[in-house]
Design a protein around this ligand. Structure first.
Ligand SMILES: Cc1cc2nc3c(=O)[nH]c(=O)nc-3n(C[C@H](O)[C@H](O)[C@H](O)COP(=O)(O)O)c2cc1C
Length: 141
């Protein structure tokens, strides 16, 4: 079993979502002692924002070095997601939504024809059969 754990908090010390991911990972490893874990910290190392310079790396045909670098990162993140049986996402709430760095991860992983496809009715996921656990934390009101 392969587990992909994603951290997206901008905070390091004292990050509650990281503690929740640690806890969920410990439980998963207890249940699957031989599991391999890849931990991707997009809070500490965010994907570059999509701009006119790199956009074709994730949506189009890359040709410039900047576009090729975006494609290479997108391929790497997609490979990690594809190889995972379980994806564990640490998702703190930032301004009533998810952190931009987690949204950035989705921008690089969602590529038409690779991880989803358009259909008449609605977009269809192509990675299928994965368990996704979202550890969300927000301050109590
Ligand atoms: C920039 C920012 C925006 C936040 N916005 C919200 C919010 O809209 N609603 C909420 O309940 N908590 C909000 N919080 C509180 C966080 O969800 C909470 O502190 C959480 O623990 C952050 O995750 P972390 O501990 O892993 O860093 C916000 C925190 C930050 C830093």
């Amino acid at each position: 079993m392969n587990i992909l754990a994603i951290d997206s908090s901008a905070a390091q010390g004292g990050s509650v979502s990281r503690i929740l991911v640690d806890h969920a990972l410990a439980l998963l490893l207890q249940a699957h002692p031989g599991a391999t874990v890849v931990r991707r910290d997009v809070g500490a190392a965010p994907t570059p924002h999509l701009t006119p310079r790199n956009l074709a790396g994730v949506r189009g045909v890359p040709s410039t070095p900047c576009e090729m670098a975006a494609r290479a990162l997108s391929d790497e993140l997609i490979d990690e997601a594809r190889a995972a049986h379980t994806i564990l996402i640490g998702a703190p709430m930032y301004n009533f939504s998810l952190p931009t760095d987690l949204r950035g991860w989705f921008d690089y992983v969602l590529r038409a024809g690779e991880t989803f496809r358009y259909s008449e009715a609605k977009p269809q996921g192509l990675l299928g059969g994965k368990r996704v656990i979202e550890e969300q934390y927000r301050q109590a009101a």
